[in-house]
Write a protein that binds this ligand. Structure first.
Ligand code: KE4
Length: 430
């Protein structure tokens, strides 16, 4: 059993300061039991905890660290920018530089706005869609997570689903009633909802690959069907690419599946591990945003120069030749290596992957919606999680999350994962 006494001590101190001892619920290990690991440092694909234990990291800070921890070029850019001042509260050329790089990946973002989190990006996009259409209803999918803004904490995924509060207390009923929900990949249900509420739905927001109920790819025709329906009904299609943007391809899921949003939300990778979110899209929608228009949105640290510098350094490296093909080779190696292992446990496991994001569900295949993900054996997952942790593999501490590979993971690291997984599954399933 790995000694994590320092983490246990630190967790006791943290519980006297923070609810649940953490500053974001998914970190609390509530779904898997035990004590959250406190980390001292990360380098490449590895994390080191306060007891000196080293782990291969398959969380990657929940997505941002596609380059791995402490990538020298990113760290150098942060240090250099910080030396010139951490914040101006005024424009800097760094915002323009990062925005131009974002637009290279998402050319249909005619205008954009930087914020400090994915939640803020989604809040801005929703408010814009409501103002642009003059409509109040929004439509989301159960199990999708779009940050913790009130209107989106209805049948939400990620930590909300993990903790059993997909619809959070504290959200006024009157507000929650303005959020319609459908099952992911169920186009017919979306059509029914649109028919039941003609001319009242402002926007439809979707994760083009659902990474907050594990890893659920869109079924063929799902995204294009949503696009067509939104065009037909005058509904703003918001693609939440906070997780998938620059993850599944340089141009995100929109590049992969060829479906464009009217508005797009970004985050995670574009900050290179620093707090950055962004929303953007068609000029005619974005132009009603203050100060050009009257839809208000603001932020003290929006476009923060140090965060911008981290994002610029990150995107520069993602544009290097063969970055994504090399990452795909690693994802394929992991999937192919797992296949013979999972074959020992027919109908007990389902591995789903899109690029360098993946999930091992403890239930039979396939998983196409949250309703299907929710039937996973979370007790078996928890046992697997701890067995992997004790073998030096740090996974997301919840079944309803996606794992991530980075450019820093080597083929030997993936073999170590496969060995640990094979050993762990033997114990879990006997
Ligand atoms: P943030 O506000 O956490 O930066 O982004 C919210 C968000 C929006 N949209 C999508 C698709 C997201 O995945 C997220 C955040 N993802 C979770 C992980 N599943 C963040 C981890 C956490 O809540 O601590």
């Amino acid at each position: 059993m790995t000694n994590r006494s320092q983490s246990e001590l630190l967790f006791e101190q943290a519980r006297r300061l923070f609810p649940g001892g953490v500053n974001s619920p998914v970190r609390a290990f509530q779904a898997v039991g035990g004590t959250p690991v406190f980390f001292r440092s990360g380098r490449g694909a590895r994390l080191t905890d306060l007891d000196g234990n080293e782990y291969l990291d398959f969380v990657g800070s929940w997505g941002p660290l596609i380059l791995g921890h402490a990538r020298p070029e990113v760290t150098a850019a942060i240090i250099e920018a910080a030396g010139r001042g951490t914040s101006f509260g005024a424009p800097s050329p760094l915002e323009t530089d990062l925005a131009e790089r974002v637009r290279e990946a998402f050319p249909h973002l005619e205008r954009m706005r930087f914020v400090s989190s994915g939640t803020e990006a989604v809040m801005g996009a929703i408010r814009l869609a409501r103002a642009y259409t003059g409509r109040d209803l929004i439509l989301k999918f159960s199990g999708c997570y779009h940050g913790h803004a009130d209107s989106l904490l209805v049948k939400a995924g990620s930590g909300a689903a993990t903790l059993g509060t997909p619809s959070s207390p504290g959200v006024p009923k009157a507000l929650a009633e303005l959020t319609l929900t459908a099952a992911y990949n169920d186009l017919a249900e979306v059509e029914d909802l649109a028919a039941a509420h003609p001319g009242r739905i402002a926007c439809l927001i979707v994760e083009p690959v659902a990474g907050n109920m594990g890893c659920v790819p869109p079924q063929p025709g799902f995204l294009s069907g949503l696009r067509e329906l939104c065009d037909r009904q005058g509904i703003v299609l918001i693609l939440d690419e906070v997780m998938t943007g620059f993850r599944v391809a340089f141009g995100g899921a929109q590049e992969l599946f060829g479906v464009r949003g009217d508005l797009v939300c970004l985050g995670k990778i574009i900050g290179g591990g620093m707090p950055v979110g962004a929303f953007g899209g068609r000029k005619e929608i974005m132009s009603i945003l203050a100060p050009e228009g009257s839809v208000y949105q603001a932020g003290t640290l929006s476009g923060n120069p140090v965060a911008m510098a981290a994002g610029i350094a990150t995107l520069k490296l993602l544009q290097e030749r063969n970055f994504y093909p090399r990452l795909e080779q690693k994802g394929r190696r992991l999937e192919q290596g797992l296949r013979p292992i999972l074959a020992h446990y027919p109908e007990r496991l389902c591995f789903q992957r899109v690029g360098s994001m993946f999930c091992l569900y403890f239930r039979s295949a396939p998983v196409r919606s949250f309703e299907e993900a929710a039937r996973s054996d979370t007790a078996a997952f928890s046992r697997f999680f701890h067995l992997m942790l004790d073998q030096g593999c740090y996974l997301p501490p919840a079944q309803f999350e996606s794992c991530f590979l980075s450019a820093a993971h080597t083929m030997e690291d993936l073999d170590a994962f496969l060995d640990a997984a094979g050993h762990s599954l033997k114990i879990v399933f006997g």
